[in-house]
Design a protein around this ligand. Structure first.
Ligand SMILES: Cc1cc2nc3c(=O)[nH]c(=O)nc-3n(C[C@H](O)[C@H](O)[C@H](O)COP(=O)(O)OP(=O)(O)OC[C@H]3O[C@@H](n4cnc5c(N)ncnc54)[C@H](O)[C@@H]3O)c2cc1C
Length: 404
């Protein structure tokens, strides 16, 4: 294992850091003021499309995608993408500027890997161009959705169409006015083997019967303009050509989709934690209490040192998982992906919490990104599989490995 960044990665890091210095950091406060203003809810910050054009022109576009799409994607490996996603994690809304934000990234990977040529033309192309956005509808309010076999939404065959009925929630991106299509998971055959009952279907957001019920807030944050929607599907009719891969293949697609998605979240969490560490170090250097600079207090030095250790540990584990995905495929890397999915959100929460504490009241207010980081990291102990589910699966694999 050699995690020394290659010249290609170093040059992309330099380019991305320069982009942040020139275009992202100078507008960070403006974007925060815009998005947290309730009057602007579900509106896009007006400068976003301009920044996207600049990122595209700079070749900083679709960096997450392992397949090359000519000028639209450089086709980076996971190991190459990891330090770039880390930079994007430093500013929560920035991934969209580079067309690298969830859930679009996972949806694009699904369409690139499993979509028919027609589906790719209709949906993948505009997604790759950043012209539209998308949502992924798996979780349902009435069942424990961490076990995807529980999903109850029905996808019923009717001549050349499917009729879809069910209720979804926590559909990230579902409130965004640019969200034009959803990948919906439901059951085509509830009598089949438990992992072959599910299918995935493309549903345009304007299909009759698809109704956004409400936006869900997370600790009071609406994550506008993407939001997290509760959505009703009431006899939603779509042509059978909207089915992805084939009936009964939904579980297989979900597994393929979640591996890269999980590690992308971890990469961004390292970025959030790294920035929190930098902010707390700066604060410790500036502030004085009881006649001494914060940085002179042993307890504060220990908090900062501990944070540095934990960020670096998680970074190396993320790179290790990314490396294994590149060399041996997502399936073989599943234990490492589970390990980092368990480690990274908790690590980030600890580091962000220490940074908040050292900032005092400022840490929980609107003048630093720390409060929003804390919420974003907390979500990731649940989303893409709660900690316990990954621990359960990992524990099973470890026991099997050592008891053979
Ligand atoms: C902000 C946010 C964004 C999200 N975005 C999306 C999205 O875009 N699309 C989408 O489909 N979903 C999304 N989700 C949903 C998320 O993936 C689910 O919340 C998650 O999978 C858990 O499912 P559940 O909420 O039904 O919890 P449940 O399945 O009811 O689980 C609740 C708790 O039970 C415990 N538990 C479950 N299984 C085990 C076990 N095996 N061992 C021990 N304990 C266990 C865990 O503590 C778990 O947290 C999002 C969630 C949030 C909060």
């Amino acid at each position: 294992m050699n995690f020394e960044y290659t010249d290609k990665v170093k040059s992309l890091q330099e380019k991305l850091n320069a982009f942040f210095e020139t275009y992202i950091l100078p507008v960070e406060e403006e974007v925060a003021a815009f998005t947290f203003n309730p009057e602007n809810r579900w509106k896009q910050w007006p400068g976003m499309e301009g920044l996207k054009e600049k990122a595209k022109a700079a070749g900083l576009w679709n960096l997450f995608l392992p397949n090359s799409y000519g000028e639209l994607s450089p086709g980076l490996s996971n190991l190459e993408y990891a330090p770039l996603a880390e930079i994007m994690g430093r500013v929560l809304w920035s991934s969209e500027v580079f067309n690298c934000s969830a859930p679009d990234t996972g949806n694009m990977e699904v369409l690139a890997k499993y979509g028919s040529p027609e589906q790719q033309e209709e949906w993948l192309k505009p997604l790759l161009n950043g012209a539209i956005r998308s949502a992924f509808l798996m979780t349902e309010p009435q069942v424990a959705s961490s076990d995807a076999t529980n999903i109850e939404t029905r996808i019923v065959s009717d001549g050349d169409d499917y009729i879809i009925s069910g209720r979804k929630w926590w559909s990230s991106g579902g409130m965004n006015p640019h969200c034009k299509v959803a990948i919906v998971m439901g059951k085509t055959d509830p009598t089949a083997h438990r992992h072959q009952q599910q299918s995935m279907v493309l549903v345009p957001m304007n299909t009759p019967g698809l109704k956004v019920i409400r936006p869900l807030s997370v600790f009071g944050f609406y994550d506008s303009p993407e939001g997290h929607a509760e959505i009703e599907l009431d006899h939603v009719r779509v042509p059978k050509s909207n089915l992805i891969l084939g009936e009964g293949r939904g579980f297989e697609i979900a597994q393929g989709r979640l591996g890269p998605g999980r590690i992308h979240h971890c990469m961004r969490l390292i970025g959030m934690a790294q920035r929190s560490l930098e902010l707390m170090s700066q604060r410790a250097s500036e502030r004085i209490a009881f006649g001494k600079a914060f940085k002179e207090y042993s307890s504060i030095r220990q908090e900062i040192a501990q944070s540095q250790c934990e960020v670096e540990q998680a970074r190396l584990l993320t790179l290790s998982a990314a490396d294994k995905m590149d060399k041996e495929g997502n399936k073989k890397a599943k234990e490492l992906i589970a390990m980092i999915k368990i480690i990274a959100p908790k690590m980030a929460l600890k580091v962000i919490d220490r940074a908040i504490q050292i900032h005092g009241g400022k840490g929980v207010g609107p003048d630093t990104p720390l409060a929003h980081f804390f919420v974003a990291a907390r979500i990731l102990r649940l989303a893409d599989g709660p900690d316990e589910v990954h621990l359960h699966q990992l524990g099973k694999s470890v026991i099997n490995n050592y008891s053979k």
